[in-house]
Design a protein. Structure first.
Length: 388
């Protein structure tokens, strides 16, 4: 009787696993911003079959934004977008396997979509020009930079060999960092895509070392996945973890919220044929997705409101900086945090006041975050750079 019971339990377990289907996939919520990066391997890999799968997967996961790599056919891409019930899409070109975005227009308000590093001098580093999605979500501006770096190599970074694959990825990641540091200071920036290299290489061979070393300004959100079990990696056939999501420090606090998360989406577990079915009909990469819990007081109805003016000058500064903002009876304070999330000072804002001085002479050099509060709810954020 004992053996029969064990066998019955095993059969029930097998049935429960195989009973999962694509419609059981889930990721998106009504209270978070969800962004997914997905190398979709020469879409559509298996024609109409692939299109049907991808439509079902995107609808089930319900992410707000999907950044795609390796879209090969614009007509099939547009056909897929037309079949998605609540999404729109953008594809610049299919040159060398195009980059694309799929997004919810009722939630994501697009400011601009454009490519960078497009001239010939950058073609070696960026065989696919990075694509920027500039958008507003919950009354805040966000920047996503979608990428597909050069593949392959021997794992050795030799900066003296210009066509070395690791060298090309090293300069690509360095140029992206330079662009963000120059043009998107104080913005919510997310760098993602198939970056085609490991985060865990030793420093002399790590193509991401400049970013990994700048922990005050950048966080590799999927580093824990890379350090974890290979069963969670995005490219299981090697196996390796190649698809990454990086955040600038304006999003550090949001990522630490208990409602935020990042994971590799193992779609094959929801297919009867498992990995072989997924690999044959969809892609050889799993998607990696992040959800960010932002301030709960903001809702979709606020999307069309103009962003609050909240500036400070000088920045960087050595001892004092002056915050300026539009006067409002609802403003009540500016709160300063360090990068560990600890509150270090609170400045009261009085009615009719439109500026206030922050004296940082007793604080150490570094990066700080200032939050402008209205009725104790955050309405704007600034990154402060203190250099004595």
């Amino acid at each position: 009787m004992k053996h029969i019971m064990i066998l019955t339990l095993q059969l029930v377990g097998c049935l429960s696993l195989t009973a999962q289907a694509i419609e059981d996939l889930s990721f998106g919520t009504e209270t978070t911003l969800e962004i997914m990066t997905w190398n979709i391997e020469h879409f559509p890999k298996n024609g109409q079959t692939t299109i049907n799968y991808v439509i079902d997967i995107i609808e089930a996961l319900d992410a707000d934004i999907v950044a795609l790599q390796e879209v090969d056919d614009i007509n099939h891409f547009e056909q897929m977008i037309g079949s998605l019930s609540s999404y729109d899409g953008y594809l610049e070109s299919v040159w060398f396997a195009g980059l694309a975005y799929i997004y919810k227009p009722d939630i994501i308000h697009i400011n601009n979509i454009y490519e960078i590093y497009t001239s010939r001098e950058y073609w070696s580093y960026f065989p696919r020009s990075p694509m920027i999605l500039d958008f507003n979500f919950m009354n805040e501006r966000f920047i996503i930079i979608n990428n597909h770096f050069k593949c392959c190599g021997d794992g050795i970074l030799d900066l003296n060999i210009t066509n070395d694959e690791e060298t090309r990825r090293y300069f690509a990641s360095s140029l992206l960092k330079e662009y963000v540091d120059t043009y998107f200071l104080n913005e919510n920036v997310i760098i993602l895509g198939d970056l085609n290299d490991s985060l865990l290489d030793d420093p002399q061979n790590n193509v991401f070392q400049k970013i990994l070393d700048d922990q005050d300004n950048y966080l590799v959100a999927d580093l824990e996945i890379a350090n974890g079990n290979s069963s969670e990696w995005s490219f299981p056939t090697w196996p390796s973890h190649l698809d990454h999501i990086l955040l600038t420090n304006e999003l550090f606090f949001e990522f630490k919220n208990t409602g935020s998360d990042i994971q590799t989406i193992k779609i094959e577990e929801y297919l009867p044929g498992g990995w072989s079915e997924y690999d044959e009909n969809i892609s050889d990469h799993r998607p990696v997705a992040i959800k960010l819990l932002l301030d709960g007081n903001l809702d979709v109805a606020n999307f069309t409101k103009p962003k609050t003016v909240f500036l400070n000058y000088p920045n960087p500064f050595s001892s004092e900086t002056t915050f300026s903002f539009k006067s409002s009876a609802d403003l009540n304070k500016i709160v300063i945090f360090n990068l560990n999330g600890q509150k270090i000072m609170s400045l009261d804002v009085h009615e009719e006041q439109s500026s206030i001085v922050f004296n940082a002479k007793n604080f150490l050099n570094g990066i700080y975050i200032a939050k402008l509060l209205s009725n104790n709810n955050k309405i704007a954020t600034r990154k402060l750079v203190l250099i004595k």
